[in-house]
Design a protein around this ligand. Sequence first.
Ligand SMILES: Cc1ncc(COP(=O)(O)O)c(C=O)c1O
Length: 424
Amino acid sequence: MSFHIRDRYLYCEGINVKDLQNAVQDSPFYLYSAAQLRANVAAYAEALAGLPARISYAVKANGNLTLLRILRNLGCGATLVSGNELRLALLAGFDPADMMFNGNGKRRDEVALAVQHGVTVNIDSEFDLEHIAAASHAAAARGAARPVDVLLRVNPDIRPDVHPYVATGMRDSKFGIRAEQLPWFLDRLKGEPLLRLVGLHCHLGSTIKDVQVFYDATILMGDLTSSIRQQGFELRYLNLGGGLGIDYERTGEMPTPQALLDALRGQLPDDLTLIVEPGRSIVGNAGVLICRVIGVKRNGDKHFIVTDGSMAALIRPSLYGAYHHIGFIEPVDGELQVFDIVGPVCESADFLGKARMLPTPHEDTGLVVYDAGAYGYAMSSSYNLQLRPAEYLVDGDRVMQIRRAETFEDVALAQSPLSVIMPQ
Ligand SMILES: Cc1ncc(COP(=O)(O)O)c(C=O)c1O
């Protein structure tokens, strides 16, 4: 069992989280469960059983090096969206042959890095194709002539019914190539022998609750694959991206990887390896944010619990109005009230949860924000000089610090000494 309540205390596997909070200096901090991470990968592996398929974990969701190493050891590949993510994936030991490089704005140096390591690259636009072609020519000129495997990222114009900021596959989105533009890309690729088109890619968005949209995408992408194959391209992969939601609201109704794959199974074209790129559904419920209550206050009818965790540590509530379940890590017996749970950042948008019925805590009480493993630390900032939190990993009865907290010195040293650039 990963996160669970026993005798009114929160446990992560075999660890009493209050004991851990008392044992470490850091607050807030992220806490992950290795068992939950393994269970989430196993759920995908079981759902994909019998299919030629690859789980390509989306590093953007959580790029902690220790978690990446665990995921690599569990057999995952890595989906990347920047050159630095590529470097980190190499450091974590991923084989470049198991990496996919995505993005609508890859810089030339990032494309060159991917080409240098033989990473498969997704083409997102006309300029992206030209940059990848130029990088392949430059590599050939250096005597490193091997074809670059590329996928075309298709914009399928499917509305996934999620927050607009996490919908990526709609007509007006900045991502991918509209189907009617594909002939130009195919013609252009025919003239580039160093680019080898090996498949199609799409990514509909994130926090998706309805597997029907994946079914629709599979039909569309299958049809496109067939028609592109008829032009002589030997497509081997269909990459359907990530996007499966997790049960933030605790309704018990979120589709599982099995439900997702059941929806797709009969629709996949023959002789294709399916690639899925889950991020959130691998790490989301494997992590929580542990905070301390600084105090409780009241403004008119409104009651606030003010914690040391804020939008700087976890921005999803402020950015998307996202819901995270919130509780205490220890027994609290104060009066039940409806609270907004807010941080110390000087913004009215700084909240972790709104209108939650909770017992009134005393100062220093431990508070937990659940399901914070994905896009939590990864999107954190040091706004207001709230320094980025530490990260800890529980594996059975063992706890490891897997990232130290940012320090004031980290921030201050990056700004000194000043250097004069111009005039030289
Ligand atoms: C191309 C691509 N693949 C995979 C993902 C992972 O999505 P999720 O974390 O929702 O599974 C993303 C995230 O937006 C993405 O942009």
